[in-house]
Design a protein around this ligand. Structure first.
Ligand code: NAG
Ligand code: NAG
Ligand code: NAG
Ligand code: NAG
Ligand code: NAG
Length: 507
């Protein structure tokens, strides 16, 4: 395993030779890297324009594979999981398959943030057709328990695969099953989660407390559970051999379990234009997207990016109910493939370690119902998968990302869409830049600042936050990480947020 958070090309028998380390094709014409980018863009756009002409001439000619660089990319908070996702594409799967496989893997290596006991949201965008292919809502839904709801992850990922996948279901689970049996390194994020343990939980404490960072552990129970789901699909989970324990441990209703349904369809997502970008996200009430669009309607995207943190704080101050929600954590997996299908999956348990109920099937149950007030029968989930596509320029920037908590995600999206950052600000600097966790309690508003891994807030930002009335506190680890893939012309530029210590893979 290589050092975390670096971008690596994986070897592929048929795609590696014509890819260089800067993620663009090696072409003898362009040897000066300075020139390459501009020329490539022009060349790429010219190619597409000629294609559009061909299209007009021959309606059957499709915006075909051969004209577009065969780039795929997977980014997650774990290099194990990014590699699993990439290997699925290499074997012929698409980006939907890759993102699903990587999300199952995240539940294994980051069981404190996501997994079979949680839920989430997924966005699939077809850039060739310029349309939203699907939006899936597999948030946790209400049952009898005040804190724990019916987990949606298994149903959501199964349905996404059934409708949009191209590899087999078994292939998506096999790498995680193998790794659960053969072993994987304990991440520092999992070690940090120990401090969220509450005093009286026993099973989880017994399992978590002795773990040491970097030591190799296995998870035979989860391997067995994933094998059952691989063989029998979601029925085993919702109305089968795996159901009973969840129902008993968390006093869920077996009828609610058996009736769990994924909500889906492109209409669950909205698109709005901001600063020349089409921004696409699920906009259901009680999800992060709803608030994201509301806030973007008011944020001045021409303001200096230095003012990001205070501006987002100010937007939240106008909306105290969102501000008062607990901080959501989770996992962001993003993937793209050769046919320009873009996928973002944001999943999670609620807060770090969820309900702290560890099942003997090897996963932790969510605490999604205690995170925020209910909206309908589903837990409010501040998660937001999002895709931004530059509107009037077919080869312009495309950004695929997401956030477990929109209050964090807004700070990233503000920087990504900001007028100042279009040409010469690196994705790394936008993602690494300080973000704060905004929350409110009954009598004060708080901004939790990060002190590790990323640069601290500037004195100007600190003064502006204080001016707005925020009390500055130290944020708790692990910090939420927002992974991003940026495509520009024919180049793909993936970046793993250093907060997640994962890895960005392209090929
Ligand atoms: C553990 O303690 C918390 C309060 O600290 C309490 O709310 C919860 O019900 C307890 N859980 C169990 C299983 O005893
Ligand atoms: C649950 O499974 C049983 C058979 O094991 C079946 O009879 C029943 O209809 C299922 N319930 C639902 C809601 O699918
Ligand atoms: C947005 O910010 C820019 C740069 O600071 C400023 O010139 C402009 O007036 C602002 N627009 C609005 C509507 O406040
Ligand atoms: C590039 O960045 C510099 C400062 O970092 C800024 O002054 C300049 O306007 C930027 N150029 C473009 C084209 O955005
Ligand atoms: C930034 C933002 O979302 N502001 C909204 C806060 O709530 C008020 C009242 O509901 C809206 O008018 C603002 O637009």
């Amino acid at each position: 395993m290589s050092a975390p958070n670096e971008t690596t090309a994986i070897n592929s028998t048929n795609s590696a030779p014509y890819l260089s380390a800067d993620r663009s094709e090696l072409a003898p014409l362009f040897t000066n890297p300075q020139e390459t980018r501009g020329l490539r863009l022009i060349a790429g756009c010219f190619t597409i324009i000629s294609l559009l002409i061909s299209l007009a001439l021959a309606a059957q000619v499709r915006y075909g594979n051969h004209q577009v660089a065969p780039h795929g990319s997977v980014v997650s908070d774990s290099s194990y999981c990014s590699r699993i996702g990439a290997s699925i594409i290499e074997k012929g799967g698409n980006s939907v398959d890759a993102a699903i496989a990587a999300t199952f893997c995240m539940g294994l290596v980051h069981p404190h943030l996501t997994g079979l006991g949680g839920g989430g949201l997924m966005l699939i965008y077809d850039h060739r057709q310029h349309r939203i292919k699907d939006c899936l809502d597999f948030r946790v839904s209400q049952s009898k328990n005040r804190d724990v709801g019916i987990p949606g992850l298994v149903a959501g990922l199964y349905q996404a695969h059934y409708l949009h996948g191209s590899a087999s279901w078994e292939e998506l689970l096999a790498p995680s099953i193998r790794m659960a049996r053969s072993g994987f390194g304990v991440s520092s994020s999992l070690i940090m989660a120990k401090r969220s343990l509450i005093a009286n939980v026993s099973d989880l404490r017994t399992w978590l407390e002795p773990l040491q960072q970097g030591s190799i552990i296995t998870s035979p129970q989860l391997a067995d559970t994933l094998s059952i789901i691989s063989a029998l699909g979601p029925d085993a989970f919702y109305n089968g051999s795996l159901t009973k324990e969840m129902v008993e441990k968390a006093s869920l209703s077996p009828v609610d379990m058996a009736r769990y349904r994924v909500e889906r369809g492109p209409s669950l997502c909205s698109e709005h234009i901001y600063n020349g970008y089409k921004v696409i996200a699920p906009s259901l009430s009680g999800t992060g997207g709803e608030f994201m669009f509301k806030a973007l309607d008011h944020l001045n995207l021409s303001a200096s990016i230095e003012s990001t943190v205070p501006l987002v704080g100010q937007a939240l101050l106008g909306n105290q109910s969102e501000l008062s929600w607990r901080i959501h954590s989770g996992s962001v997996v993003v993937a793209t493939d050769r046919s320009d299908l873009y996928v973002s999956i944001v999943s999670g348990l609620g807060s770090v370690l969820g309900s702290q109920i560890l099942t003997s099937s090897g996963f932790i149950l969510n605490n999604a119902m205690e995170m925020a007030p209910m909206v309908g029968s589903r837990a409010t989930h501040l998660a937001v998968p999002f895709i931004c596509v530059q509107n009037l320029f077919v080869c312009g920037q495309r950004l695929i990302s997401g956030a477990p908590d929109v209050r964090d995600g807004l700070q990233l999206i503000f920087r990504l869409l900001n007028s100042e950052t279009y040409y010469n600000v690196s994705l790394k600097s936008l993602v690494d830049a300080p973000r704060v966790r905004f929350t409110a309690s009954t009598n004060e508003v708080q901004a939790w600042a990060e002190d590790r891994q990323v640069p601290a807030l500037s004195p100007v930002e600190i003064a502006a936050l204080k001016e707005l009335g925020f009390k500055l506190t130290m944020a708790q680890l692990p910090y939420p990480s927002l992974n991003v893939i940026r495509k520009f012309g024919d180049t793909v530029d993936p970046y793993a947020d250093p907060r997640g210590m994962g890895e960005a893979i392209y090929f």
